[in-house]
Design a protein around this ligand. Structure first.
Ligand SMILES: Nc1ncnc2c1ncn2[C@@H]1O[C@H](COP(=O)(O)OP(=O)(O)OP(=O)(O)O)[C@@H](O)[C@H]1O
Length: 236
């Protein structure tokens, strides 16, 4: 179960602020880490150290400036540094899930359809997708009277839970989590911890940022301090 799914070697990221006299920000420098199937790696480090930037690089939103960042798709390694957009689309469809704090709402699409979409894209039947989506929405305490409505008018916490249901709809080999529990109460936070444990047990390699120490300690197997470029099996 502990096969490596992500490996970063001497990974660096620099931003150049073209609108501000071309100022260079060296955010990440020569990072080395791996993430394994069935484990949760937690990114830690001071505010502004580049944790979100690093997650976005794994998802292919930001391109590295140097080094190597590889993600395993099936039995094949995909190099994210210089990957063509089609490979990134394939990775996002089949391999990498991403749960951010915020739901990107699409007007007029119902909550149920927002949640079902990743499964329908993978060819699940409508019935199977609906059953799983209803189960997740129920577990995450979204009242059934809201399921047929578009989530654009939902509260922040409700939108976040719809986003989580969508993120956990199918099994991902790699699951990236950017503060998924940020605005949740304790009951719902525990539901998310349970969902993360289930995903780990099914072999997902999880990588996340969690400001809540209880969540970090419940779910984390290793911690990667982005500022210090150091992996530790002691999760704080
Ligand atoms: N698109 C961008 N263009 C320019 N600079 C950026 C961009 N994205 C991030 N940065 C800079 O990179 C640095 C790291 O930001 P990032 O959001 O990754 O940090 P973080 O560790 O996640 O912070 P926090 O814990 O406060 O959320 C910051 O100084 C930020 O200003």
């Amino acid at each position: 179960m502990t096969d490596v799914r992500i490996q970063a070697q001497n990974l660096s990221k620099q931003f150049i602020l073209h609108q501000q006299n071309g100022v260079q920000l060296d955010v990440l420098q020569q990072l080395n880490f791996t993430a394994k199937s069935g484990e949760c790696l937690i990114f830690s480090g001071r505010s502004g150290s580049g944790k979100s930037t690093l997650l976005k690089m794994i998802y292919g939103n930001y391109l590295a400036t140097g080094g190597s960042l590889q993600v395993k798709q099936g039995d094949t390694w995909v190099e994210m540094v210089g990957a063509d957009p089609r490979s990134v689309v394939q990775l996002r469809r089949h391999t990498i899930g991403y749960v951010s704090q915020f739901l990107k709402t699409i007007p007029r699409v119902s909550t149920l359809n927002v949640v079902m979409e990743p499964a329908l894209e993978r060819g699940w039947s409508e019935d199977a997708a609906r059953e799983r989506a209803e189960d997740l929405l129920g577990r995450l305490n979204i009242p059934s009277r809201l399921w047929a409505l578009a989530p654009s008018t939902f509260s922040g916490g409700e939108q976040q839970r719809v986003n989580i249901a969508r993120g956990f709809m199918v099994d991902w080999d790699v699951l990236l989590l950017d503060e998924p529990t940020a605005s949740l109460d304790e009951t719902n936070r525990q539901v998310v911890v349970d969902l993360m444990q289930e995903a780990k047990a099914k072999g997902a390699a999880m990588v996340g940022i969690f400001h809540d120490q209880t969540v970090r300690q419940a779910i984390g197997d290793k911690q990667f301090n982005v500022s210090a470029n150091e992996v530790s099996s002691h999760v704080q």
